[in-house]
Design a protein. Structure first.
Lengths: 319, 237, 320
C-alpha cells in the first residue's frame, strides 16, 4: 500500500519519521481490517481464501460506482458506499461459498485452487466492465491539518510547522473508523450469540453440528463477513488511493503476511501483526526501496512458516 | 555384533509426555529373540504410543531404545525399518489405489531382483491373498486388507515384527488363520491385541500396561490370574 | 497406474507415448504456419507442465511457485548469454543448473512444511524471486525484459529462429521430457513417489526416507521446469519478468489439472486445450484470463481428475 510524498525529501529526519509513521498508521488501520477478514475465514473455516484481495478490490470499485451514482455532496456518496459496498461484497462472497467452496467440502488444497479461479474471474470481470482506469472517490471531508515540530534553536526549544508536514482530517478518520470497527468485531465475536456459534464451529465443526448448529449457514456467514471486512477496508482507503482492477494484489500479500506472522487464526495476533507490518511498511518504503522491502517481507513469511509455524506471536506449538 | 545372544528389543526407562499427560511412563522391556510378546492393557494405557516410540514414529521424552543391542533412539523411523523392524498399522493403511502386489513390492524394496520378486510372491501366498494380488487394494474385503498389511510386514523378513491390533474386525475363521500364520513365523513379534483368545493362544510372555506404566509381566496363565490385572480391566481399584 | 506393472500394459503405454511423439514430429511438415508456431510454443509450455506434474501429480506436492524454476532457467540462460557472452549451448546448461540449484535450496526449506503451508511457502519464495528480478533491473531490465538477437540463437550451427528448426527443437525437448517422465514413474523411484502421494506415513513405515525422495522429486521437477524456461527464452528470443510472476505458477497447475494430474500425457493435453481456449478468447476480449478462472473453478467442482484422469477412470486403467 505504497503512498507517495511529493517534496517529502526536503524534510529532516525527525519530522520525516513522524510523517511516515502517520501514513503507516493509515495503512495499518486498513490492513488490520482486511487481514482480520482473512484471519476470520481461516480461523473458523480452516481454508485459505486466495481471492481475498479481489473482494477488497470489488469493495473499492463498488464504492466508486455507488458514489458516482449518488452524486451531490461527496459525503452522501461516501456514506452510501460505506453501507452498500461491504454488504454487496459480503453477499457475493456468501454466494461463492455456497456455490463453490461448500461443494468441494472445504478441502484445503482444492479450496485454494478454486479461490485462485475466483480471483481471476472477479478481476477479469471487473476489467471487462469497469475498465483498466484508476478512478478516485472524493473524501467526505478533507481538511489539511499541519503538524508541529520542535527544534532546539540554541535559545531553547521552539515550536514550528515545517513545510510538508501535515495530515488530513480524513486520514485521522480512517484510523478512528478502523479502530472502532475492530472493536465492534471483537465484541461481536466474544459477546453475541452468533459470535459464540462461530467460535463453537471453529473449535469443533462436527460437534457443533451435533448440537444443532447450522454449520453450512455459519460458514457462508463467516465467509461473507470476512470478505465484507476487506471491502470495508477498501472503501475507507479509496478516497486516498484510487479504485483499480489490479489493486487487490498488495492487500492480499500483506494480509497473508499479517495472518501468518500473527499466528494463523488468532484475532489479537492478527491485529498486533497488522499494526507492526502496516507501520513498518509505511516507514520502510519511505526510507528504502519498496521492492527490497517486499522481498524481505515475503521471505519473512516463508521462513516463519518453515521455522515457526505457530506464528511469531502465537503461543504453544512445538516449541 | 552382540546381537546373537542378547535381546532383540530392549527399552530402558522410556517416557513420553504430551503436555501434562504422561502417556508412557518409565517403561523398560526386554524381548528375547524368537519370542511372541503380547502388549495388553485398557484403552488409553499407552500401548500404541509405546510401539510408536519403539518404531521411531514419535521421539521419546526420555529413555532409550535398543534393537539387537544397538542404540537406535536417535534413528528416524525409516532407518529403524531398514535396520530390520516392520510395523503394521492399527487402522488399515494400505495404498488403496495401487494393486495388492504393488503394495507388497513397495514394502519389499528390492523390486528389480529375482529374489525380491520371489519374496513378494511368497509373502502374498503365505497370507493367502495371492489369487487377489492384481486387485486394487482399496477394493479388497476388510479382512483381506488386514492380511495385506501383514504381507507388507512379512516381505522383508523382519527380525522384529510389530503388529498393532492385527485381528481387529476379523471374522472368527480369519482370526484362526491369523494365529496359524503368526505361529509359523520364526521371528520376534511384538503384538498389541485386545482379543484375549489370540493373546492366550500366541503369546509366550504378556506385558500389561496401565496408565502408561508396566503393571505386570509374565506368561499368559499367570497374567490371567493376576488380581491387579483383573482390577485394571474391570475398572476397580 | 493401477496395473502398470504387467509387461503388456507397459508396452501399450510406451506405444501410445511414442505414437504421440511421432505424430507431433510429422506435424512439422503438415501444419499451416500459424498452428505450426503455436504448437512449438505449446510443446515448450507442456514441458514446463511435465516438470510440474512430477511434483504435483506424482508426489502430491502442490507448489504454487513453479514460476521461479521456469524463470531460473530463462534467466540462467539469458543472463549468461547477454552479460557473459556465452554461446547458447553452455547458456542452456547454465539455465537448467540454475533451476536445479534453486529447487534444491527452496525444496530443502519448503519441504519442512506440508499441505497449505507448503503452498504458501512456495508462493512466497516465487514472489521473492520475481521481485528479485525486478530489483536487479540493471541486469534483467525488469518488466520490459530483453530480446535475444537472432545471431545469439545459433546452437551447433542451427539457427533456432528458423520456424522449422525451432519447432524441431521444441519437439526434441518435449519428447525427451515426456519419455523421461514415462520411464521415471514406472521406475522404483517413481513408484515410491506415488506411494508417498497416496500415504506418506505408510511409506515412512516401509523404510523410505520420504523427505529425501520428495526433495529428489522437487529437484527433478525444478530441473525440467528450468529446461522449459531456458528453451522458451532461446527459441522465442525474449526474456522478461512476466515469466517469473504468479501467473506462470498458476499456468502449469491449470494445464496439469485440466489434462489430468498424475498422468504422463495429461500435461500435454491440458496445455493444448488451455492454449487454444485462451487464444480464442483473447481474440474476443482483453480479459482473457477470465477463461483460466472459469476453467479452474469448473475443474475443481466437476472434474478434479482432469481430462486424461477421467479417461483413465472410465476407459483405460492402464494409462501410466
Amino acid at each position: 500500500m505504497g503512498v507517495s510524498y511529493p517534496g517529502v525529501r526536503a524534510l529532516e529526519f525527525g519530522p520525516h519519521l513522524l510523517l511516515a509513521t502517520l501514513e503507516g498508521a493509515v495503512g495499518a488501520a486498513v490492513l488490520a481490517l482486511t487481514a482480520l477478514g482473512l484471519s476470520l475465514v481461516f480461523g473458523v473455516m480452516r481454508v485459505v481464501n486466495v481471492a481475498h484481495g479481489e473482494f477488497y478490490m470489488l469493495g473499492a470499485v463498488i464504492a466508486w460506482w455507488v458514489a458516482t451514482a449518488v452524486g451531490g455532496h461527496p459525503a452522501l456518496g461516501f456514506v452510501a458506499a460505506v453501507l452498500v459496498a461491504p454488504l454487496a461484497v459480503g453477499a457475493l462472497a456468501a454466494a461463492a461459498d455456497v456455490t463453490v467452496l461448500k461443494r468441494v467440502n472445504y478441502d484445503p488444497e482444492r479450496t485454494i485452487v478454486a479461490t485462485i479461479g475466483i480471483l481471476y474471474i472477479l478481476q477479469q470481470l471487473t476489467l471487462m466492465t469497469y475498465g483498466p482506469e484508476a478512478r478516485p472517490v472524493e473524501p467526505p471531508f478533507n481538511q489539511r491539518i499541519p503538524l508541529p515540530w520542535f527544534e532546539n534553536t540554541g535559545a531553547g526549544w521552539e515550536l514550528y510547522y515545517p513545510w510538508g508536514l501535515s495530515t488530513t482530517s480524513y486520514k485521522l478518520f480512517v484510523i478512528a473508523a478502523s479502530a472502532g470497527m475492530l472493536l465492534a468485531v471483537w465484541l461481536f465475536m466474544t459477546r453475541s450469540r452468533t459470535g459464540l456459534v462461530m467460535r463453537a464451529t471453529q473449535a469443533d465443526r462436527d460437534m457443533a453440528q451435533t448440537f444443532g448448529i447450522p454449520t453450512d449457514r455459519v460458514y457462508a456467514l463467516v465467509f461473507g463477513i470476512g470478505c465484507g471486512l476487506a471491502a470495508l477496508g477498501a472503501v475507507l482507503i479509496v478516497p486516498i488511493q484510487q479504485a483499480h482492477y489490479l489493486m487487490g494484489a498488495d492487500p492480499l500479500l500483506l494480509s497473508f503476511i499479517v495472518v501468518i506472522i500473527g499466528g494463523l487464526g488468532s484475532l489479537p495476533g492478527t491485529v498486533i501483526a497488522a499494526l507492526i507490518i502496516g507501520l513498518s511498511d509505511g516507514i520502510i518504503s519511505v526510507f528504502f526501496s519498496a521492492t527490497l522491502a517486499k522481498i524481505l517481507a515475503t521471505l519473512l513469511v516463508a521462513f516463519v512458516l518453515v521455522f515457526r509455524p505457530q506464528g511469531l506471536f502465537g503461543g504453544g506449538g512445538r516449541g | 555384533m552382540v546381537a546373537v545372544t542378547g535381546p532383540v528389543l530392549e527399552t530402558r526407562g522410556l517416557i513420553r509426555r504430551f503436555g501434562g499427560l504422561t502417556a508412557v511412563d518409565d517403561v523398560s522391556l526386554s524381548v528375547p529373540k524368537g519370542q511372541i510378546r503380547a502388549l495388553i492393557g485398557p484403552n488409553g494405557a499407552g500401548k500404541t504410543t509405546l510401539v510408536s516410540l519403539i518404531s521411531g514414529r514419535i521421539p521419546p521424552s526420555a529413555g532409550r531404545v535398543f534393537f539387537e543391542g544397538r542404540d537406535v533412539t536417535a534413528l528416524p523411523a525409516h532407518r529403524r525399518i531398514r535396520a530390520g523392524m516392520a510395523y503394521t498399522f492399527q487402522i488399515t493403511s494400505v495404498f488403496a489405489r495401487l494393486s495388492a502386489r504393488e503394495n507388497v513390492r513397495l514394502a519389499a524394496h528390492r523390486r528389480g531382483s529375482a529374489a525380491g520378486r520371489d519374496a513378494v510372491e511368497t509373502a502374498l501366498s503365505r497370507t493367502g491373498i495371492l489369487d487377489r494380488a492384481d486387485q486394487v487394494a482399496g477394493d479388497l474385503a476388510y479382512g483381506h486388507q488386514r492380511l495385506l498389511e501383514i504381507a507388507m510386514g512379512l516381505v522383508r523378513a523382519p527380525r522384529l515384527l510389530i503388529l498393532d491390533e492385527p485381528t481387529q474386525g476379523l471374522a472368527q475363521a480369519e482370526v484362526a488363520a491369523f494365529n496359524d500364520l503368526i505361529r509359523a513365523l520364526d521371528t520376534t513379534v511384538l503384538l498389541i491385541e485386545h482379543n484375549m483368545d489370540v493373546v492366550m493362544e500366541l503369546a509366550q510372555v504378556v506385558t500389561v500396561l496401565n496408565f502408561g506404566a508396566v503393571l505386570a509381566e509374565g506368561p499368559p496363565d499367570t497374567i490371567r490370574s493376576d488380581a491387579s490385572v483383573q482390577a485394571a480391566y474391570l475398572g476397580g481399584a | 497406474m493401477i496395473r502398470a506393472d504387467a509387461p503388456s500394459t507397459g508396452r501399450r503405454a510406451l506405444a501410445l507415448h511414442l505414437g504421440l511423439v511421432a505424430v507431433l514430429l510429422a506435424l512439422n511438415w503438415v501444419l499451416p504456419a500459424y498452428y505450426h508456431g503455436n504448437l512449438a510454443r505449446i510443446m515448450v509450455l507442456a514441458t514446463f507442465a511435465v516438470g510440474f506434474n512430477v511434483a504435483f501429480g506424482y508426489t502430491g506436492l502442490l507448489s504454487l511457485g513453479h514460476a521461479m524454476f521456469f524463470a531460473a532457467g530463462m534467466y540462467g540462460m539469458g543472463l549468461t548469454l547477454r552479460h557473459l557472452g556465452w554461446t547458447p549451448g553452455p547458456a542452456l546448461v547454465a539455465g537448467v543448473l540454475s533451476g536445479v540449484a534453486l529447487a534444491a535450496v527452496a525444496g530443502a526449506l519448503a519441504l519442512r512444511t506440508a499441505g497449505v503451508a507448503f503452498m504458501i511457502v512456495t508462493l512466497m519464495f516465487s514472489q521473492a524471486a520475481y521481485l528479485t528480478v525486478l530489483y536487479f533491473g540493471t541486469w534483467t531490465r525488469g518488466d520490459e525484459g530483453f530480446v535475444i538477437q537472432q545471431a545469439e540463437r545459433v546452437l551447433f550451427g542451427l539457427d533456432l529462429s528458423d520456424p522449422d528448426l525451432r519447432y524441431l527443437a521444441a519437439w526434441a525437448i518435449f519428447s525427451g521430457a515426456t519419455l523421461f517422465c514415462l520411464w521415471l514413474v514406472q521406475a522404483p523411484f517413481g513408484r515410491v513417489l506415488v506411494a508417498i502421494r497416496e500415504n506418506e506415513d505408510r511409506a515412512t513405515m516401509l523404510g523410505y526416507d520420504t523427505f529425501a525422495r520428495k526433495w529428489g522429486a522437487l529437484v527433478i521437477s525444478g530441473g525440467i521446469s528450468a529446461l522449459a524456461g531456458a528453451a522458451y527464452g532461446l527459441l522465442f528470443g525474449y526474456v522478461g519478468a512476466t515469466f517469473a510472476s504468479v501467473q506462470y505458477s498458476i499456468f502449469p497447475l491449470l494445464y496439469v489439472l485440466l489434462g489430468g494430474a498424475g498422468t504422463v500425457i495429461g500435461p500435454f493435453v491440458g496445455t493444448l486445450f488451455m492454449f487454444f481456449l485462451i487464444d480464442i478468447s483473447s481474440g474476443i476480449t482483453s480479459a482473457y484470463m477470465l477463461v483460466a478462472g472459469v476453467v479452474l473453478v469448473a475443474l475443481t467442482l466437476f472434474a478434479p481428475q482432469g481430462l486424461v484422469g477421467e479417461l483413465r477412470r472410465r476407459l483405460a486403467p492402464w494409462l501410466p
